[in-house]
Structure formats: C-alpha cells, structure tokens
Design a protein around this ligand. Structure first.
Ligand SMILES: [Mn+2]
Length: 444
C-alpha cells in the first residue's frame, strides 16, 4: 500500500487533456522565533497525503497529462551529516518513495520548464509565489487544488484507515493506563507524562494536538492546556489528548473522578453526557447530517438537565432559545484524519449556522462511508456563560438559579469517541471504558 492511490484520486479530478502541473511544496524545519531551537519536524498534511514523505524540504510535481509523479529531494552535503546524521542515497529515496522520476531540488526549474505547463496548480499564494519566483512566465492557479485535495481527504482510503486504526489502538491503551494510574494529589502534568510515556512505548511519537489534562474546574475550560495544577480528591479529571500514527490523528476524551468513585452529582450529570454520546453514535450512518446529530444531542442534554432540576420549562421552547448552548457551547464533532480538525467540514457554499453552540460545529454535511468523525458531547458549568445568563431575564426563566449556583464549581464533562462511517453504520475505533461501572472497576 502506498500513497500512489492518493495521487491517482487527485489526478482523476483534473481534465487530463491539459498540459497542467500540480505543484506542492513540503514543509521545512521550523525554529522558535529567531533562535536555533528546532521544533520536531512534522510534514504538511496535503504533502504527506500525496507523497508519504515525512522529511523536510521536499517538493513534488504531478504531470496531469501523463500522470507522472516527480519528487524533488534536497541534496545534502557532508556538513549536514555532521549535524543531522546519515544522508540517504538516491537509491534509498527512490526505493522508499517510489516516484516516477526522482530529482534534486536544484532541478525544479529545469524539470518544470521541460514539461511546458500551460498552468501550474498551487495550494496557496505562498506556494504560488515560490513557483512564480522560479520563472515569471509560468501561469499559476490557486483556486482549484486546495478544494480538490480536500475532496479526496474527506473519504479515507484503506491506507489511511489502517493508520487511523493503529493510532486508535495505541491511544486506547494510553488512555486506559492513565485511568488506572491517576490519584488525587497528582499534578495534571504527571497524568500527561503517563499518557505520553505509553504512547511512545507503543510506537506513536508525535501528539496530534496539544492535549488537555484538566482537574477540577479546569475541566470546564474548553481548550485548557496549562496542565500544571494539582488534581484534588473529589475532582473530575478530563483528558482530551491523542497521538498520531504516520500523521493520522486520534482524538479521544474521557472524564472521570480522580479518586475513582463518582459522587452523586458527578454520576447523574456524567450519565446525561454518556446518554448523549451513546444515542448520537447509534444514529451515525451514511446520509445523516452532523447538524441533526448535534441538535439531537442538545435535546438529550436539556432533557437530562431538566430532570435534575438545573433547567426548567418546555424543551422545545428551550431548544428554540438555545438554552443548551449555555451548558454545551461547542460542536458535537469534527472530521478526523491527517489533521485533528480535519479538512472538508464545510464544502464550498455551505455556511456556518449562526446560532450559539452550533456555530462552532466543524462539519456541516451528510455523512458518507469512509469519512472519519469524532462524537464529543459535553456538559460544563462555565461561570463566564452562566452568570450573565442568570442576569438575563430571557434566559434566567429557564434556569434554576439555586441549583446552578451550587454547581458553579462542578467543572465540565466531555466524552469523545472516533468513528469510521461504514456502508451500514459505523465502526467505533475508541475502546476506553466510559460506562460509570466500567470506570469505577478499572480505577478500583
Ligand atoms: Mn475532538
């Protein structure tokens, strides 16, 4: 299996009667501001998708008419070996990446000129400028390529699903190990260290995003990444973290009490979120729209909050008045792939819904087999949202002020699984305990 299929998929979208080229520039090493502090290298996702190359300073050209793939590798000198180690030979690069033609990067201009392109498709202005700087006579076009690759990346190939399943497999292990090890008194970064250790031990070296390791009220901060506080007895611990396998992300969230036993309030509110997760997942299949799943989850959350006396009134009326967004202020899920918030959630012409909570939904389209999504409902007690709501008569009439005041330091709960859409439903790749009984058993 190789990324050849990805190049063929992309080329099939272009009219092969034209003398056009597709040009892509791979990522370079990034440094911290003006210093020589080097960030770990990570290939640009579109380049990785089409070439399988995860090394700096490569370029690629696809010849639309012939379908041929030209790969340009940087030519390294002896000095490079002194600082960075072994230099790959031409044969090694050819063997590893299997391009139709392998060149060194100083030949980009001569190779491209020989192909006499009528147009060169580029991802963005920056890459187009690079091509124009090579030769002012080239005609570049930046309106097509990004959308074309995005279209390809939405539906995963078997090559991609293999890597996503491997990422999920290791992430399941790492999440379970943290659940087993956490104790009150531990610092958030200690939990993170356990997580990181088990990922690396099982072969995943790069985080897919900056993980959230949040104890207590930090669990109600949606993108909390300080990860430096002590987790106390009675606190929830929310972990939203994942590593990638050859670029393919895992993005899993679990929330559980640091002491291993759910208190009364914790159990009741957790169960509402879990019901929203489980029922949303049950409804996942081709043809379903993410925004409908999102609104379904909002309804379950409002029902649950009404049952325990946090909100009051008619559910339909509360739905119309967006009361759900006071407790669930983010989207139900997103595409997952080479990027954690993967591309393609909004095809051209589809706008975001201008409504609290759901406007942050990152996918608005019908699900199709081969897509990979996350489902991640939550309930949070966020003072910055709830305090003003209690002062606002239009919202306060649905809120039980005493109950909400009492829960203001409750924190937040989010539970997130990763799903592949199949012909008749879904495959849930996430297998980390989430039922209350299971969690308490593991943490005993
Ligand atoms: Mn997510």
């Amino acid at each position: 299996m190789s990324t050849k299929l990805h190049r063929e998929k992309l080329l099939s979208l272009f009219d092969d009667n034209q003398d056009g080229l597709i040009y892509l520039k791979g990522a370079e090493i990034m440094y911290r501001y003006g210093t020589d502090f080097e960030f770990p290298f990570r290939q640009e996702s579109n380049f990785w998708y089409l070439t399988g190359v995860n090394e700096p300073e490569y370029h690629a050209v696809l010849d639309i008419k012939s379908g041929e793939y030209h790969l340009f590798a940087p030519k390294r000198d002896a000095q490079f070996a002194v600082w960075h180690g072994k230099i790959k030979s031409r044969d090694q690069i050819q063997e590893e990446y299997q391009p139709d033609h392998l060149h060194y990067t100083n030949d980009i201009l001569s190779v491209m000129k020989k192909l006499k392109p009528s147009v060169i498709y580029c991802l963005d202005e920056e890459q187009a400028e690079f091509v124009e700087d090579l030769n002012r006579d080239f005609t570049v076009e930046t309106d097509t390529l990004q959308d074309a690759i995005t279209y390809c990346r939405c539906i995963k190939t078997d090559y991609e699903l293999t890597r996503m399943r491997e990422a999920a497999h290791v992430n399941n292990i790492a999440h379970l190990e943290v659940m087993k090890s956490i104790k009150p008194g531990m610092y958030e970064y200690e939990a993170k260290a356990i997580f990181d250790y088990h990922q690396k031990k099982h072969g995943l070296l790069q985080p897919a995003y900056t993980g959230i390791h949040a104890g207590g009220t930090n669990s109600a901060i949606l993108h909390y990444v300080d990860n430096n506080q002590q987790i106390n007895d009675g606190d929830f611990y929310l972990i939203d973290a994942g590593y990638e396998c050859e670029g393919y992300a895992s993005d899993v969230t679990r929330t559980y009490p640091a002491n291993g036993r759910f208190s009364g309030d914790q159990a009741v509110i957790y169960q509402i979120v879990l019901d929203a997760l489980n029922k949303s997942i049950e409804n996942v299949k081709p043809g379903v729209k993410m925004e409908d799943l999102h609104l379904g989850a909002c309804r379950i959350i409002l029902h649950g909050l009404k049952e325990i006396g946090v909100v009051k009134g008619d559910i339909d009326e509360m739905m119309e008045n967006n009361i759900f967004a006071l407790f669930f202020p983010h989207g139900l899920g997103h595409f997952l792939g080479l990027d954690t918030h993967d591309v393609g959630g909004y095809p051209k012409g589809v706008e975001r819904i201008d409504r609290p909570g759901i406007k942050f939904l990152r996918v608005r389209r019908e699900l199709m087999p081969g897509m990979v999504i996350t489902i991640e409902p939550g309930i949070y007690f966020i003072p910055a949202l709830l305090k003003p709501a209690l002062e606002n008569a239009d919202q306060a009439k649905y809120l039980n002020a005493d109950k909400i005041e009492a829960l203001m330091d409750f924190g937040g709960i989010r539970i997130e699984d990763n799903l592949i859409i199949t012909e008749d439903g879904y495959e849930n790749m996430t297998d980390v305990p989430k039922e209350i009984k299971e969690i308490e058993e593991v943490m005993k």
